[in-house]
Design a binder for this molecule. Structure first.
Ligand code: N01
Length: 566
């Protein structure tokens, strides 16, 4: 664990006051640290719960964990040296390589010395007297900062359903998002996987291939998974990417989903099913999210979506030998991609193996976990190992865990009791100088994440630079701007098919969370134009205050420090 230290009257003392404190050393936190420290010259500290950088790639180490974005666009675009020196080895980065990439970037930019690892934020409180944030951690320390930046990711808080008896299980069990660092051996074991979202669909084939005695998959809702068509990238592939990299990244940043793929047609509504199938077949062969982008109106037009969904259902039926099992795997309750669309490698084939079976928990619900396995309404299944691939308290879970308090002691939890309210998904009224990278009501999970992250980090850094240059101490969105953005967010979502199904996008995977569509559905390109326009209009919708409220009080002096050498 490293701690930033500073010299004070010749003595070496621990630094407790910063210009900015960032929570999280994943993709976004690392880049934010670089921008604020190296380009603005601010004193910055990252607080990180894990004992290394990596965020999602530090925690999600389950077999098969792989990014569904193609590797050449799952990257930082801001640094030419990183772009030139790093060569991805496969079409989609596997977890170890994605983690290695972030370690490489952290070392290249020399970021580790400003990161305190193995430390969890237990509270963050805005002090109205000083206009500063007081951030406390589980090691009993408190630091202060003028700016508080959350870079905690969107899917960081694992969720395990409250099954009776979980702790009674005498075998090995884990959640995929807290996978151990040591190899896990499934050979000759009776293994359960609960959950068939994007994670379950990745882990299930890998467990099945690891010679378990038997693998039982517990499925509540089937998903439409499209083949990833994963493959190694050779030097020729890479040379072609390098030759076109500027254009590829520009296209990604200017697209609705942060991916540089051409849309094949505007709509399928006026095409026959045969024509649609023909068009989709080439996308199917290409694999990956290129399939998702076949039709422009996929997520707003039921007719288009139904034709695409029908195509996918027929593919599942073709792939699975046992028609009864196939029918269980065919989604009929939702339109394609209204839940996060998973990619797969050998997922459907897995159910053709003799040692794999599928339990539909809508027919035979899980009643409890027992010391020996799982009891459903009609049977007891014996297991040595249980893997919970049951998702995350997404988008807001980690933010709400941190006990964030704004003006007048208002907690973020109270403020968001009916669902998140933000301005631009970046800031919250009542919480001055707080920025939420890829926060709720921003495109985040509906985009290739690095694109959304870079847009946010750069916007936040530019905003802070503007404040510094103009001697402004506080930035806070107005109530009106926040209400308008929240309403706009809802209106945009209601024009899409996303709101036709229960999903974690809708906050519905966690009991008692308010039902509300959480990411911004208007596209990362249009969203980016919007936030840039706000900045160009000198932060329209924000109150900018030249001095912190109570300038007379102790500790209230503007502290934006000038780093050594400035
Ligand atoms: O989680 P999920 P995930 N009884 O919430 C089931 C990202 N990701 O970890 O659908 C039985 O999607 C639940 O059933 P249902 C990606 O954004 C990215 O798979 O709610 N089952 C579902 O099947 C993704 O969307 C990559 O009916 C229960 C599963 O558990 C996000 O992470 C790779 C249950 C949870 O699915 C989350 O995916 C993987 C219960 N009580 C994931 N409760 C990359 O690209 C829940 N389930 C890197």
């Amino acid at each position: 664990m490293s701690k930033t230290t500073t010299h004070d009257s010749g003595e070496h003392t621990e630094q407790t006051d910063y210009d900015a404190v960032i929570v999280g050393a994943g993709f976004s936190g690392l880049y934010e640290l670089h921008r604020l420290r190296d380009e603005l010259g601010l004193s910055v500290k990252i607080i990180e719960k894990a004992d290394d950088v990596g965020g999602t790639w530090y925690w999600n180490r389950y077999p098969g964990a792989r990014c569904d974005s193609e590797s050449h666009i799952y990257c930082y675009s801001f640094n030419d040296e990183i772009l030139e020196e790093w060569q991805w080895s496969e079409r989609y980065p596997e977890q170890p390589e994605a983690l290695e990439y972030l370690q490489f970037a952290a070392d290249k930019l020399d970021l580790r010395e400003n990161i305190e690892f193995g430390t969890e934020v237990t509270s963050a409180r805005f002090d109205e007297g000083s206009g500063r944030w007081e951030i406390s951690t589980d090691d009993g320390e408190t630091v202060t900062s003028q700016f508080f930046v959350t870079a905690v990711g969107c899917l960081s808080e694992p969720y395990i359903p409250d099954f009776d008896g979980i702790e009674d299980f005498e075998g090995w069990w884990t959640h995929t998002g807290r996978w151990p660092h040591e190899p896990v051996d499934f050979e000759d074991k009776r293994v359960a996987v609960i959950g068939t979202g994007a994670t379950g669909i990745q882990v299930i084939p890998e467990v099945a291939k690891s010679n378990p005695e038997h693998l039982t998959v517990f499925q509540r809702t089937p998903n439409y998974a499209v083949p990833a068509r994963h493959r190694p990238l050779d030097d020729d592939d890479w040379n072609e990417i390098q030759e076109n990299y500027d254009r590829i990244l520009e296209q990604a940043h200017d697209s609705g989903f942060g991916m540089p793929f051409e849309i094949a047609a505007e709509t399928a509504a006026d095409m026959s099913q045969e024509e649609v199938n023909e068009l989709l077949e080439s996308r199917w062969e290409e694999g990956g999210f290129r399939f998702l982008l076949a039709f422009e109106d996929l997520l707003v037009n039921k007719e288009t979506n139904e034709k695409v969904s029908k195509y996918l259902r027929s593919k599942i039926r073709e792939a699975v030998d046992d028609p009864e099992v196939a029918e269980k795997l065919v989604p009929t309750d939702h339109y394609y991609a209204t839940k996060r669309p998973p990619l797969h490698t050998d997922y459907y084939d897995t159910f053709n193996r003799d040692n794999v079976s599928l339990v539909d928990v809508t027919e035979t619900p899980i009643e409890r976990i027992t010391p020996d396995g799982v009891r459903t309404s009609d049977d007891h299944h014996d297991f040595d190992m249980i893997i919970y691939a049951t998702g995350f308290d997404a988008m807001t879970g980690t933010l709400l865990q941190m006990d964030i308090q704004g003006r007048s002691g208002l907690t973020l939890e109270e403020k968001w009791s009916d669902g998140p309210q933000t301005y631009l998904g970046l800031s919250v009224h009542g919480f001055p100088n707080m920025f939420t990278i890829t926060g709720p009501q921003s495109p985040s999970v509906l985009s290739n994440m690095p694109v959304a992250i870079e847009h946010h980090v750069e916007w936040v850094s530019d905003a802070i630079e503007y404040l510094v240059e103009n001697d402004i101490q506080l930035i806070e969105p107005t109530k009106e701007a926040e209400e308008a953005w929240t309403a706009h967010n809802r209106q945009v979502a209601e024009q899409t098919l996303y709101t036709t199904v229960e999903s974690w996008y809708m906050n519905e995977n966690i009991p008692d969370k308010p039902t509300v569509f959480t990411p911004y559905a208007g596209g990362v390109d249009l969203y980016h134009d919007t936030i840039i326009e706000v900045a160009e209009k000198e932060y329209e919708g924000f109150d900018l205050t030249e001095s912190a409220i109570d300038l007379g009080s102790e500790g209230s002096k503007p502290r934006l420090s000038v780093m050594e050498g400035d």
